[in-house]
Design a protein around this ligand. Structure first.
Ligand code: DGJ
Length: 742
């Protein structure tokens, strides 16, 4: 891995064993993209890839040269103007109202390792040999304003992480009207754009569309990364599938408003832009001030989407997630939300905890309703002290009782919100996000606190710090249940208002940072009405996230499958809930519910005091199974085998690093009649290793990958399935163990 600069040609080449990213200083001093993809020789000059051709009506920087125009030049960090008529990656407004800039290469430096980003989450390295970083300073020709483009190439990942810093060193105040994190101009338009879209309770479904002229984008203007879209897009060639072909991923390490866009111009150049959404964003920089963008993580795969996902999984699991929980197996929990909703008291909680403890569950999580006078969603958010009518001995007393069983105690919070009916709102109505002189929309009866204000974050920190210091809390579920609607910060001036959306997210990160620093042993799980803030930014603080409020096993196939495009199994919060399911009213077997939930952090969310002895026995076995296999599941390599978006069957598997063990989840939604013979071809195991499958049959890795497991019900040969596995919503696990480890 290295970053090479060729003084003579002005070419930068970032490469490792897998990828090359090449650009150069163009004749007007800007940077132009030359190549991004599979590794190329570092000894060549690729300057011939700068496109120069005479285009009618194109604006050219100089009169002498009608062939060089920014209209068709592929650039590294473009702005609209100077001939470029596409969407730009940034826009600066000078005091005189002009937005014309002329940024040119000034200098660069290359160093080993990767620096942390100030106030923002980002991927990191543990020692300097893991990555090399290039920082290029661009300076405007007329004003002393610098843009610093930072690129880090990782040694062991086909990944480049990019971020941008703006520094105002001139005497006037400049305003950033947009400041995106990255841009890549691809030389063609032969791509399918892949993104993760959905809504509440159907998050991160995989969507694909063929690129066409014009703009295609996903975005959030909701104040959080959202249920609707995820801060991710990939471009793949039309023939690329899960295991072959090229694909380029772009993933933004950010939890607020974002834009991820592919613009195809009429010369078939595709420009990918990603960063903070410019809507509502304007950021004044006074003399000496800086603005730091979030990081965009670009990953490349020459072997289809699966390999792209595996790159993100490993990088995010080991070099984005931090802290003591990073490499630990996640505790099996029980959460009381779908068991009781708001209707509980200490005895009810203890009844659930007692049964949970008997079957081996390790952590009890007390969800919404434990504070203030919270009996429904209309009151008390913001009043973070115990609801004494429900919990006469307070949270501390309850936690002690749970701990005395030998279980850990976890708690739900929603620190960014308050209800009008709360002591906090009565004391600080101006802490609301929204103009107090105008109507402020409610959502789930609640308002957002203005987390752009330090005093608000400080106050909430004070309350939570007190609870976590007094009570033996091992886990925190941090929820956030509404979108931003009217974004306004009371008591602040006009210039401040353009900063509010981003400052709010910085406030969230600051609170997370303070709490995780003060309480490093606590495991945080992020949640936002399920999966509205399931993004790389939040993973930096909370190693796991509640993937969706939809706990139905069949729906979860799509949600977890789609989530796996970017996010590792170890961060996907997944629970077994009641049947019939509370969101879909679907009745699925306990084993299918668990077989889906295993591929995540695993837990239960139902009133287990109402279950039969038989069901509890089955659960006990499930808990034991998960304990025995969670390392493999949460830290193994994950493969998607069959897509729920394409048919009746879903399958995925995890393989251990030494390939001696694998676990396959196979799910068939509807029972077909007189169906053809079905095989499931496995991936990632060793061709010549012998595996024992489910302790029954022995097959070679080659057989299991080339022939596959026969999944049809009445088949003979590779693994017959018994009649008991018939019917709708059927699932099976296949556990492979190399014969030599048996
Ligand atoms: C939304 C979350 O997604 C649920 O799991 C639950 O915690 C509720 N909020 C509580 O209000």
């Amino acid at each position: 891995m290295a970053v090479r600069f060729n003084e003579k040609s002005g070419q930068f080449h970032l490469y490792n064993d897998d990828i090359s990213y090449i650009f150069k200083i163009l004749k007007n001093g800007q940077l132009g993209n030359l190549y991004y993809g599979k590794r190329l020789s570092e000894n060549r000059d690729y300057g011939y890839l700068v496109e120069e051709s005479r285009r009618d009506m194109a604006a050219c920087p100089t009169e002498e040269d009608n062939y060089f125009s920014l209209e068709s030049a592929r650039q590294e960090y473009p702005t609209y103007g100077n001939g470029d008529v596409r969407y730009g990656a940034y826009e600066i407004l000078w005091e005189n109202g002009s937005n014309i800039t002329e940024f040119e290469y000034k200098e660069h430096r290359i160093y080993a390792g990767k620096k942390r980003l100030n106030g923002l989450p980002a991927t990191y390295v543990e020692n300097e040999s893991e990555a090399e970083t290039l920082e290029i300073t661009l300076q405007d020709k007329r004003k002393d304003v610098n843009i610093i483009l930072t690129y880090t190439i990782f040694k062991d990942y086909p990944v480049i992480a990019k971020n941008v810093r703006f520094i105002n060193l001139c005497s006037e105040t400049v305003t950033l009207l947009s400041a995106l994190s990255g841009c890549v101009d691809f030389p063609d338009m032969d791509y399918v754009m892949v993104d993760l879209a959905g809504g509440w309770s159907r998050e991160r479904n995989i969507r694909e569309r063929r690129l066409d002229y014009g703009v295609q984008s996903v975005h959030s203007m909701r104040g959080c990364s959202s249920h609707q879209f995820n801060p991710f897009l990939a471009l793949k060639h039309p023939n690329t599938d899960e295991f072959s072909g090229e694909v380029y991923g772009f993933s933004l390490v950010y939890s607020g408003n974002f834009l991820a866009q592919a613009e195809v111009d009429n010369y078939d150049v595709t420009r990918v832009l990603m960063g903070i959404h410019p809507n509502g964003f304007y950021w004044e920089l006074k003399t000496g001030e800086e603005f730091q963008t979030p990081e965009v993580v670009m990953a490349y795969s020459g072997y289809g989407l699966n390999q792209l996902s595996q790159t993100y999984h490993k990088l995010y699991r080991t070099r984005l997630v931090r802290g003591v929980w990073r490499d630990k197996e996640r505790p099996i929990l029980i959460n009381n939300w779908e068991a009781t909703y708001f209707d509980f008291n200490e005895e009810k909680i203890m009844d659930i905890a007692d049964v949970a403890n008997d079957i081996g569950i390790e952590l009890f999580v007390l969800d919404d309703g434990w504070f203030g006078r919270r009996d429904d969603s209309t009151s008390s958010l913001g009043d973070w002290y115990p609801h004494m009518a429900k919990l006469p001995k307070g949270i501390k007393g309850l936690a002690e009782r749970i701990n005395s069983l030998g279980m850990k105690f976890g708690i739900w919070i929603e620190p960014e919100s308050f209800n009008r009916d709360s002591d906090l709102y009565r004391a600080h109505p101006d802490w609301v996000l929204g103009d107090i002189e105008r109507n402020i929309s409610q959502s789930r009866n609640q308002l957002l606190l203005d987390f752009s204000k330090k005093e608000v974050v400080d106050y909430i920190y004070g309350l939570l710090e007190k609870i976590f210091a007094e009570v033996n809390v091992s886990y925190v579920k941090w929820d956030m249940n509404r979108n931003m609607a009217e974004v306004f910060s009371n008591g602040n001036d006009r210039a401040y208002q353009g900063k509010v959306r981003h400052k709010y997210i910085l406030g969230v990160y600051d609170l997370y940072d303070r709490l995780t620093t003060r309480f490093p042993e606590i495991l945080f799980e992020s949640c936002a009405s399920g999966g509205a803030r399931f993004d790389p930014g939040i993973l930096y603080y909370a190693p796991q996230g509640w993937a969706s409020d939809n706990t139905d096993a069949v729906e979860r196939l799509k949600i977890q499958y789609g989530t796996s495009v970017v996010y590792p199994v170890s961060c996907i919060g997944s629970h077994v809930s009641a049947a019939p399911n509370h969101q879909t009213f679907r009745d699925t077997s306990l084993s299918t519910r668990a077989n889906v939930a295993y591929f995540g952090t695993f837990g239960y969310e139902l009133d287990i005091t109402q279950l039969s002895e038989e069901e509890l026995c089955e659960m006990k076995e499930q808990v034991a199974f998960m304990k025995a296999n969670r390392k493999l599941i949460q830290q193994g390599t994950f493969y998607r085998l069959k897509s729920p978006f394409e048919g009746n069957e879903t399958a995925w598997m995890v393989v251990s690093d030494d390939r001696k063990e694998a676990l396959v989840g196979y799910y068939r939604v509807l029972q077909p009649s007189n169906a053809p013979l079905r095989r499931l071809k496995l991936k990632g195991i060793a061709e010549d290793m012998e595996y024992c499958v489910n302790g029954e049959e022995i097959h070679s890795g080659g057989e299991l990958m080339q022939i596959g497991i026969i999944t049809s019900d009445y088949s003979s040969g590779l693994l017959k399935a018994g009649r008991e596995k018939q019917g709708d919503y059927m699932s099976r696990l296949y556990h492979l163990k190399a014969v030599d480890i048996l």
